[in-house]
Ligand binder design. Structure first.
Ligand SMILES: C=CC1=C(C)c2cc3[nH]c(cc4nc(cc5[nH]c(cc1n2)c(C)c5CCC(=O)O)C(CCC(=O)O)=C4C)c(C)c3C=C
Ligand SMILES: [Fe+2]
Ligand SMILES: [Fe+2]
Length: 343
């Protein structure tokens, strides 16, 4: 009897031999209406990696207060920055574009398939892992799109992917991309983005703020390396631009809830600078791979207003790297490095 006849009948057709690259960003609502916003915020804010409080304490607040009020308020903010051409948020537009451009950049690696997903909302990580498997990916490089590691961003992407793998009989091998907060390619791209934006202005900022999304201080005290990663990015970027503490600062934005978050706060700093007589500032968001609500509305919009209301005169927001040449160089550098040995 040969080996083939010993095999059970009905062997399924199987594709194999490919390596997947899955870019994953935070997520985004499907629309700006109350129910789209509510669905999105409910998924986001019930993640234990994001809100670490006991569920017994948090769920009554989440379902009793937050999900009744916040969807309207945040929906209005999203409306101001919505990509009307594609009827979606810019975060989704940029993430899709990064996926497409990465696919083109890796054309010399014919076994590699690139895809993209969102941690919250659509397309989901589970759906895209299944799609990669369907195409024959036996190995998947999972790339949480955050230069600085935080449990509430990087770890939750990894958790979600492994949660889906728990349901699979035949799992692909997985590699997760480490933080790249101090990678020379990243620092160079950030520095170039500052130089090229400032070159378009007919004025020079007296101060450049590198504003990162905050986390509660309690997360930092519990051992999250995020704060230190942000500080290192800031130090390297300041050095690359030849800036000192007099004209460069790292700040933290997007507080949520009653706890103390990482400081100094971006909004308070912008207010204080204006009150102290600083007239011209630039703000950038090095921790965000793509522009989104937190950069376009909170910084380009709100922080600019705070500055002007307190006597500031010139304010500029330096765009995130997005799907620019420089931004794609960073992502490609990281992906090629992490694919080593697999391709
Ligand atoms: C306790 C709450 C939150 C933590 C911790 C947190 C960490 C964190 N978030 C980002 C990146 C993004 N956050 C975005 C939106 C957003 N973040 C929170 C709360 C926490 N984030 C909320 C409630 C929201 C939604 C908007 C709102 O209700 O205010 C976004 C933007 C998404 C978009 O579609 O545009 C990003 C990106 C990081 C990097 C981080 C920790 C390091
Ligand atoms: Fe956030
Ligand atoms: Fe915000």
């Amino acid at each position: 009897m040969n080996m083939i006849s010993a095999m059970p009948s009905g062997h399924p057709k199987i594709r194999f031999g490919k390596v997947g690259v899955l870019l994953v960003n935070l997520g985004t609502p499907d629309g700006t209406d109350y129910w789209s916003m509510r669905r999105y915020l409910a998924e986001f804010l019930s993640d234990k990696r994001v809100i670490e409080w006991s569920r017994l304490y948090w769920y009554p607040i989440l379902y009793g207060i937050v999900l009744n009020k916040r969807p309207q308020k945040v929906g209005k903010a999203y409306e101001e920055i919505w990509n009307k051409d594609l009827n979606e948020s810019y975060l989704r537009t940029f993430t899709r574009s990064q996926g497409q451009l990465m696919g083109e950049r890796l054309k010399d690696l014919p076994n590699v398939v690139v895809d993209w997903a969102m941690r919250y909302g659509k397309p989901s990580i589970a759906e895209r892992i299944d799609a990669l498997k369907e195409q024959g990916c036996e190995k998947i490089l999972l790339f949480p799109l955050y230069p600085q590691y935080a449990a509430s961003t990087t770890a939750t992407v990894n958790d979600k992917a492994f949660e889906h793998l728990m349901k699979l009989r035949w799992q692909p091998a997985i590699r997760t991309v480490p933080p790249y907060h101090d990678d020379a390619a990243y620092i160079d791209a950030l520095a170039n983005s500052v130089r090229s934006k400032l070159a378009t202005l007919d004025w020079e900022p007296e101060m450049l703020l590198a504003s990162f999304h905050g986390i509660p201080q309690s997360y930092f005290r519990a051992g999250d390396p995020y704060y230190c990663h942000c500080q290192k990015t800031g130090r390297l970027l300041g050095e690359a631009l030849g800036l000192t503490g007099k004209n460069f600062m790292v700040t933290f934005q997007s507080r949520f809830g009653p706890e103390e978050w990482l400081q100094p706060y971006t909004d308070k700093t912008v207010e204080k600078l204006a009150q102290d007589g600083i007239k011209r500032i630039a703000v950038m968001n090095p921790g965000f791979v793509s522009d989104c609500l937190e950069t376009l509305e909170e910084i380009a919009g709100e922080a600019g207003e705070i500055f002007h209301h307190n006597g500031g005169e010139k304010f500029v927001h330096i765009p995130c790297l997005n799907d620019s040449e420089g931004g794609m160089n960073v992502l490609e550098t990281v992906v090629r490095r992490e694919l080593q040995g697999w391709v």
